[in-house]
Design a protein around this ligand. Sequence first.
Ligand code: NAD
Ligand code: TYD
Length: 350
Amino acid sequence: MKKILITGGAGFIGSHVVRLMVNKYSEYQIYNLDALTYAGNLENVVDLEGKNNYTFVKGDITDKSFIDNLFKQEQFDGVIHLAAESHVDRSILNPMDFIYTNIVGTVNLLNAAKETWKANYAGKRFYHVSTDEVYGSLGKEGLFTETTSYDPKSPYSASKASSDHLVRAYHNTYGLPVVLSNCSNNYGPNQFPEKLIPLSINNIINKKPIPIYGKGENIRDWLFVVDHARAIDLIYHKGPIGETYNIGGHNELTNLELIYTLCDLMDEKLGREKGESAKLITFVTDRAGHDLRYAIDASKIQKELAWVPSLQFPEGLEKTVDWYLSNTKWIENILSGDYEKYYENQYKNR
Ligand code: NAD
Ligand code: TYD
């Protein structure tokens, strides 16, 4: 039985990756390693508890001796690394957490994998999951390809860029068998409500202002989270060692376009008059250093691994809204924690 370590599996994307792998590969033993920071939530994987091929391990990737011991003890065959500090606004408030987890934590995993596997790399694989934000910000034209130069602009994207470079350096220097991917903005069930879509859904439900940074003209390329998980599965199994794949939804929207669409959908779902939720839109002070546009050229993964998104944005958005509306307890549990304090601090005086 192959042992696969997935880090960050009680967070948003990681929980979908863990679910896909546990359900699809009964011949794998899947270890979900997560520190359960504010963004980690075991409710995200509650359906997997008790499955024979699933083990949850609580632990911090910045803790070198813990990581070394875990690798020595379990002798993993592969790693899919998603654990990270992931929110740009938090990286502006407190960059150090991003340096420790995203850079030091990644290097701890790389070192542990190298030490455990160095006698024989055959059949081993270290998959690093990254973001398109490492490429910086686009103007009105152009797309990020796998060869676009790195030009990260926020502490978050700079920490992810740094970890990407280190993963490639371990491949080049020590021959560590790695694959990487850089994906555009994800949306879907289980996303922590600090991010634009779930934050807006929650505020619409509660008739609170929807804070739009600047003029709402910034563009993101949105991908349904399950399609990202499908791409990760493909790349982990079929991507040649040393390769990088860009993953994106071919779905560019300005923040305002997105929020108007969401407001209309929420009016329908909540039985409100059309236009009611859009009245909540409130323009607030822009994010410092706010990247204008991200957009992905996903032709490499499409051509080489035959991956295409399984659904279009309207369908994905409806699935997302339906999930949040039928999982109000999930949101309530988050709102009862430290999140309220973060929200107050982040949006006061904007
Ligand atoms: P998330 O914040 O929802 O989840 C991150 C998880 O990592 C949480 O469960 C958290 O507890 C865990 N974690 C944080 N620090 C840890 C530590 N020191 N040790 C162990 N676990 C720790 O993030 P997400 O949106 O699911 O993103 C997952 C990965 O995908 C990240 O690497 C992110 O950079 C990347 N990514 C995200 C997006 C996106 O749109 N969300 C897009 C492209 C790439
Ligand atoms: P976010 O979900 O934080 O993802 P990222 O910064 O990684 O792209 O933000 C998506 C877009 O929405 C981004 O342009 C910033 C904007 N935004 C707002 O306008 N208001 C908000 O309250 C938040 C959280 C984001």
